[in-house]
Write a protein that binds this ligand. Structure first.
Ligand code: HEC
Length: 217
């Protein structure tokens, strides 16, 4: 009886030691039937072993250089993140119409991503800047001549890549959303002079604003 007890304790101890090898640290433990959890087929995001036919052994292949995924055409942007790229971006016009819908969506997005620095009305008095630890932009507010005459293409470039202390917002705004926000910047900037495209007289105003911005720089 005493012998049986000591065997049991001995075997138990071995079993505990054995199992602890598999459950510590980064080890995920034993998978009893990996085929049941991980597909044998080529899945883009999971794989059991290297896929030797592909570069780097990954199941998923990189898209061919210069191709654009379906539905991602708007992400095509040929201006590099350089001083020259910034200058030449000036010739880009806003491809959207200044509709109530587009301006409204721009306002919604501005009040999520931009107001914390630029302030609800574009006064550069958002909490981040008002806190005093983050230096304000080199111009006073969106109503300054600098922003009123800044080509929209440059605004788009800055939102895409960032400029100075402002970071890139390309991961949170699609190109369409960036253009919508730009309408709202212009609305803050020009006040009543910036009208929606629904109002025909106003559509001319928008054109004037655009020409104005284009000729000044
Ligand atoms: C962290 C604070 C911060 C946030 C958030 C921020 N900005 Fe800025 N923004 C700045 C600063 C600082 C500058 C001045 C950059 C410079 O000229 O050095 C600037 C500059 C700009 C300019 C002028 C760009 C140019 O080409 O001179 C525009 C337009 C602008 N921001 C729009 C936006 C929009 C739209 C958003 C939201 C999508 C946004 N900003 C979010 C801090 C911020």
């Amino acid at each position: 009886m005493k012998k049986l007890l000591s065997y049991t304790i001995g075997l138990g101890a071995i079993a505990i030691l054995w199992s602890s090898c598999y459950s510590s640290g980064d080890n995920t433990g034993i998978e009893y039937a990996p085929d049941m959890y991980v597909s044998k087929g080529y899945e883009p995001f999971t794989q059991l072993g290297p896929a030797n036919l592909n570069p780097n052994g990954t199941n998923m292949r990189l898209p061919v250089n210069g191709t654009i995924a379906r539905g991602q055409m708007e992400f095509l942007y040929n201006y590099p993140n350089t001083a020259d790229g910034y200058e030449s971006s000036a010739s880009n016009a806003n491809p959207l119409t200044a509709s109530v819908k587009n301006i409204g969506e721009g306002e919604r997005l501005f009040n999520i991503y931009c107001w914390n620095c630029h302030g609800k009305k574009g006064g550069n008095d958002g909490p981040v800047i008002a806190g005093g630890k983050f230096p304000p932009p080199p111009w006073a507010n969106y109503q300054s001549e600098y922003i009123q005459t800044l080509p929209v293409g440059k605004m788009f470039h800055t939102i895409t890549f960032g400029k100075g202390l402002m970071g890139s917002h390309s991961s949170v705004l699609t190109p369409t959303e960036r253009w919508q926000v730009i309408f709202y910047i212009q609305k803050l900037s020009w006040g009543d002079k910036f009208k929606t495209a629904e109002n025909s007289e106003a559509a001319t105003t928008v054109d004037t604003v655009m020409t104005h911005t284009a000729t000044k720089n």
